[in-house]
Design a protein around this ligand. Structure first.
Ligand code: ADP
Ligand code: MG
Length: 252
């Protein structure tokens, strides 16, 4: 890619009933990056993601490769926090994944053989092909998350937004998902991941957006992930000890 595009966030602010959740956040990110969005509980990470996607009322501006979110909907896949999903809703794994195709299927048509093949391929990529007939509620947390990643894959999106994808899942599912995100990024896809486990930050991400209502710092991981930045974001609720290259965060 000679000329990678940019995602630009400018002066983004969100208030809930007069309380500030996000204040004047500005940063930009290069196409093809895996971007970690980090910060303490209640820092506004989910709010930032929803505001970027136009799902939350906000002021400021967001552009994806020069275009507003409205004209990019088909290019964006969003996997919300697992806790936001009603897992008792009776739906089969295959149908959850097929939902990712719906924006590509005209209203007067049913899912075609090609759509079903795409869903099956996505399930294979996350190692869940054997579970396509199962009810989503019967799966483990990690398996459910892999199904939602498969659904995002079938969308053929260029941008992926994942809210805490690794919370409450097993090591194997985490590995499958991070490897998949890496391969998407090497194809030029841009991936935003809200994440709270600071120990994995250097391993998983190319860029970071460190947040606590306001932007603390955004950029390459080495620039952002310093003990002084982490301490500013966590406001003394954490002790950061930097030993050589290792940063130990106590009580985040
Ligand atoms: P994070 O994802 O970093 O934990 P959130 O973006 O979920 O933080 O929340 C940021 C702040 O906004 C928190 O104080 C939270 O209580 C508040 N908040 C989030 N969503 C709403 C909402 N729909 N209505 C009112 N307050 C909200
Ligand atoms: Mg959140």
């Amino acid at each position: 890619m000679n000329n990678p595009g940019t995602i630009k966030v400018k002066n983004l602010s969100v208030n809930y009933h007069g309380n500030t959740a996000l204040k004047n956040v500005s940063f930009s990110v290069d196409e093809g990056s895996i971007v970690g969005v980090i910060g303490p509980n209640g820092a506004g990470k989910s709010t930032l993601m929803k505001a970027m996607l136009g799902l939350e009322r906000s002021s400021g501006s967001v552009s994806f490769f020069g275009k507003p979110v409205k004209s990019m909907r088909k290019n964006i896949a969003y996997v919300p926090q697992r806790s936001m999903i009603d897992w008792d809703f009776p739906v089969r794994v295959e149908d959850v994944v097929l939902m990712g195709r719906y924006m590509h299927i005209p209203w007067y048509k049913l899912a075609s053989r090609k759509d079903k093949a795409k869903a099956a391929e996505a399930l294979r990529k996350v190692g869940m092909e054997e579970f396509s007939g199962r009810q989503i509620g019967e799966l483990s947390g990690g398996q459910q998350q892999r199904v939602f990643i498969a659904r995002a894959l079938t969308q053929n999106a260029d941008l992926f937004f994942l809210d805490e994808p690794f919370v409450g899942i097993d090591v194997k599912s985490e590995e499958i998902i991070i490897n998949l995100l890496r391969s998407l990024s090497s194809e030029g896809k841009t991936i935003f991941v809200i994440h709270h486990d600071l120990s994995k930050v250097e391993k998983y991400f190319d860029q970071l957006v460190l947040l606590n209502q306001e932007l603390i710092h955004a950029g390459k991981v080495d620039e952002v992930y310093s003990s002084s930045n982490i301490q500013r974001a966590y406001k003394g609720n954490t002790a950061v000890i930097k030993e050589g290259k290792e940063m130990v965060v106590v009580n985040p």
